[in-house]
Design a protein around this ligand. Structure first.
Ligand SMILES: Nc1ncnc2c1ncn2[C@@H]1O[C@H](COP(=O)(O)OP(=O)(O)OP(=O)(O)O)[C@@H](O)[C@H]1O
Ligand SMILES: [Mg+2]
Length: 305
């Protein structure tokens, strides 16, 4: 409870900081800050299923649709987002963890309008975060809450504490799988762990590297059915991405496929999913405005529970 109390104070302080928008003479005019970021964690059971490519490209499309977007590369210790973007950030999360930099100082602006917080690759401090470091790090997300509309978190594969913490701190999580039985079983394993944690994280499923709509439908209904029958949880099918050789070509060129191959099949799929996310984000925001609660605080509070 001590920690929860501390967080409540922290959130209050941050809120009052951001609510002061204008001063005239002695008077201070304030507006409630409603522009809080919605957090989407992108996760998978199995590695190499396309999380980072999805995150980077959907972020670019979300930005084109008028959202302010930031990516947090939370594949701690094995970062990839900067490579896919073809950027070379000077500072990364390892500097924040070592308390050499503030989280706001390590944000990189990309030419696509998307902001990036890079992770460090091969940095063992990031892989082996203590529970306290992980908590402190999630607390720092409050500092960037008002800077963007959507914070996309690209997590590492599997059910590590790091990945689960980011999923628990999200408004909803997108789980990526491919049609491979191993990827499917691992996706189900992740859904099971999250469900049993009782953190109430809504989960959506995207099937990547499919050859047809029918294949995607077959795969997602299998996961939906299994989750409903054995875990009593609803996982929402959230779209598909076709297997497309231009994805690999764009990784090799270090330029996102949405930019290099705007009309390729994978780009068309990304555009559809970005529309869906934009709609969901605006309805989450209007729900929040109605209920007037502080969702990030609630999530962090849940995290400490
Ligand atoms: N739709 C697609 N069509 C064809 N190949 C794809 C597609 N999506 C991803 N790939 C291939 O899979 C590789 C891995 O993708 P990516 O790095 O995005 O996966 P990841 O889930 O982030 O991996 P990790 O778990 O290691 O972080 C890409 O380099 C690309 O070659
Ligand atoms: Mg990745």
């Amino acid at each position: 409870m001590d920690q929860a109390e501390k967080l409540r104070e922290l959130v209050k302080a941050k809120k009052s900081e951001t609510e002061i928008i204008e001063t005239k003479g002695e008077e201070i005019y304030t507006l409630p800050s409603k522009k809080t970021a919605k957090i989407i964690a992108v996760a998978s059971g199995k590695g190499g299923v396309g999380k980072s490519n999805f995150t980077v490209n959907v972020a670019i499309e979300l930005s084109r649709l008028g959202n302010r977007v930031m990516i947090l590369d939370a594949d701690l210790g094995l970062a990839n987002v900067d490579i896919i973007f073809g950027i070379n950030p000077k500072y990364n999360l390892s500097h924040v963890i070592k308390e050499e930099k503030d989280i706001k100082d390590i944000i990189t602006e990309t030419e696509y309008g998307v902001k990036v917080i890079a992770s460090g690759s091969g940095v063992k401090e990031l892989v082996n975060l203590s529970n306290q470091q992980r908590q402190q790090f999630i607390e720092k997300l409050i500092e960037i809450e008002n800077m963007v509309d959507i914070l996309l978190i690209d997590t590492g594969a599997g059910i590590s504490k790091n990945t689960l913490s980011f999923m628990y701190a999200s408004d909803y999580s997108i789980i990526i799988t491919t049609p491979e039985p191993t990827a499917l079983m691992d996706a189900y394993g992740l859904i099971k762990v999250v469900t049993l944690s009782k953190q109430n994280v809504p989960m959506k499923l995207i099937v990547n590297m499919v050859n047809s709509k029918e294949e995607a439908k077959e795969i997602s209904s299998r996961v939906v059915l299994l989750s409903r029958r054995f875990l009593n949880t609803f996982v929402e099918p959230y779209g598909l991405i076709y297997r497309d050789k231009n994805v690999l070509n764009s990784v090799m060129a270090q330029k996102p496929f949405l930019v290099l191959y705007p009309a390729t099949k994978a780009s068309e799929c990304i555009k559809e999913i970005a529309q869906k996310i934009t709609k969901r984000i605006s309805s989450l925001k209007s729900e929040e405005e109605k209920s007037d609660n502080n969702s990030l605080f609630k999530r962090i509070f849940n995290f400490f529970k």
